[in-house]
Write a protein that binds this ligand. Structure first.
Ligand SMILES: NC(=O)c1ccc[n+]([C@@H]2O[C@H](COP(=O)([O-])OP(=O)(O)OC[C@H]3O[C@@H](n4cnc5c(N)ncnc54)[C@H](O)[C@@H]3O)[C@@H](O)[C@H]2O)c1
Length: 94
């Protein structure tokens, strides 16, 4: 796949972290976004040239526009978003 710039939300944990790592392993540019700044640094500690960590709350408009602006400022473009940031809910399960 041609090199992409991808915004990964929920990147400090679980599926988001796994997506961010896979993309970084393949040398894509990644903006890793999560509420938890320290957890984000711990989850993706390496100083990848392809990685930009971005702490924020995706429910806030300024966080989303800020992450997009940061992607463009750092990498010149944004090609895709993988959205995993959320709180797991057990509603509907016994
Ligand atoms: N893991 C599963 O088997 C599974 C199955 C079905 C659906 N899902 C859904 O997929 C999503 C990710 O699952 P996971 O297991 O990776 O969860 P996870 O709890 O491991 O990771 C979610 C990440 O999102 C971050 N986050 C939460 N709210 C945020 C916000 N408002 N702004 C920014 N970051 C925020 C958390 O800090 C956390 O790091 C969840 O919505 C979950 O409900 C997961």
């Amino acid at each position: 796949m041609k090199k992409q710039t991808v915004l990964v939300t929920g990147a400090a944990s679980g599926i988001g972290r796994a997506c961010a790592r896979k993309l970084l392993d393949e040398e894509h540019d990644v903006v890793a976004l999560d509420l938890k700044q320290e957890a984000l640094a711990a989850a993706l500690p390496e100083d990848f040239g392809h990685l930009l960590r971005f702490a924020g709350d995706v429910s806030r408009h300024e966080c989303c526009t800020g992450a997009i602006a940061a992607a463009i400022a750092r990498f010149g473009k944004l090609d895709a978003v993988t959205h995993w940031a959320a709180m797991h809910s057990d509603i509907g399960h016994d």
